[in-house]
Design a protein around this ligand. Sequence first.
Ligand SMILES: Cc1cc2nc3c(=O)[nH]c(=O)nc-3n(C[C@H](O)[C@H](O)[C@H](O)COP(=O)(O)OP(=O)(O)OC[C@H]3O[C@@H](n4cnc5c(N)ncnc54)[C@H](O)[C@@H]3O)c2cc1C
Length: 300
Amino acid sequence: MKIGIIGGGIAGFSCARKLKEKISNCQITVIDKRREPFKKYLLSRWLINKAKDSDFFINWQSINSGVEFISSRVEKINLDRRSVYLKEGGVQVFDKIVLATGLEAERLDFKGARKKGVYYLANYLAVRELKETIRRARHILVYTSSISMFGLELVSFLTRLEGKIINLVYNQTLSFIYDKESLSLREYLSLKNIGLYAHTKIEEVLGEGRIKAARLSSNKILASDILLIDSFLKPSLIEIAPFSSAEKEGGLKDILPGYRKVFFVCGDVNSVKERGINFFFLNRLRAQRDASELAGALCR
Ligand SMILES: Cc1cc2nc3c(=O)[nH]c(=O)nc-3n(C[C@H](O)[C@H](O)[C@H](O)COP(=O)(O)OP(=O)(O)OC[C@H]3O[C@@H](n4cnc5c(N)ncnc54)[C@H](O)[C@@H]3O)c2cc1C
């Protein structure tokens, strides 16, 4: 049996590992747009050298033999043909297809958002380059426009790096959770020497080609060598024929009755209606559990 897993994060990896344990004669191919898929929940630690490469990057070799890894973005799936279409033009055909593409950040549209040095953390592909850029940057600006708390986690880790000037900008949605605790949050950030710009948005990124500063909605200008954006997260969906995008908006798990033996979904990509996708603290465990259950279902 040929099984194709799209997405090599925690969910895809756990699923491949379980499948290998349960069925010895299946051929598993994992396809990920990243060259080196990693464990997102260790990103902050890894960026400041508090997690080792060997813990952070997914170790495909640790699954005993027989898992093929392809580094490519999947553009489309056709379930009638059981085919997966790669960005570079190749097509892979499987008996069963698992979607484990996780979450991606919604692009923000302020002026200069595409300049060099502006990174969307959830989407970023080349994390080694990002780490190097952070190491060289003196002024680091983190922009949290969701309640995912990744931005907060990240700034608290970044303060452990020496010689950095760190500012945190968050828009009003965060105040929703932090109103009660805003005092302690403020105290914490000021204790850590992190500049806090609450209820504020980034209006524009300044600099020729590369970010030099950011202008906030208050008109304040902050020097920034790098801007790290933790913005609204949404399931990372791809075109799946024969389904319309409207059907996919409703969540993937229950909409594919005709394809229950062909198409499977696991991990964060399946978050839409099932859980609050932004409270990520338990999602990893959930992704692992989903993947194990799924591996069981695939064997049946
Ligand atoms: C900063 C941070 C801290 C976290 N901390 C915790 C924590 O403490 N505890 C916890 O339980 N959880 C935590 N989480 C959440 C946890 O990391 C996620 O729930 C988990 O990574 C979900 O796994 P996944 O495999 O579903 O998705 P992902 O890890 O996002 O993996 C999806 C993979 O699919 C690939 N992909 C996407 N689209 C395509 C495509 N079109 N073609 C090919 N490949 C594609 C991506 O490159 C990626 O490698 C944290 C998350 C973040 C961001």
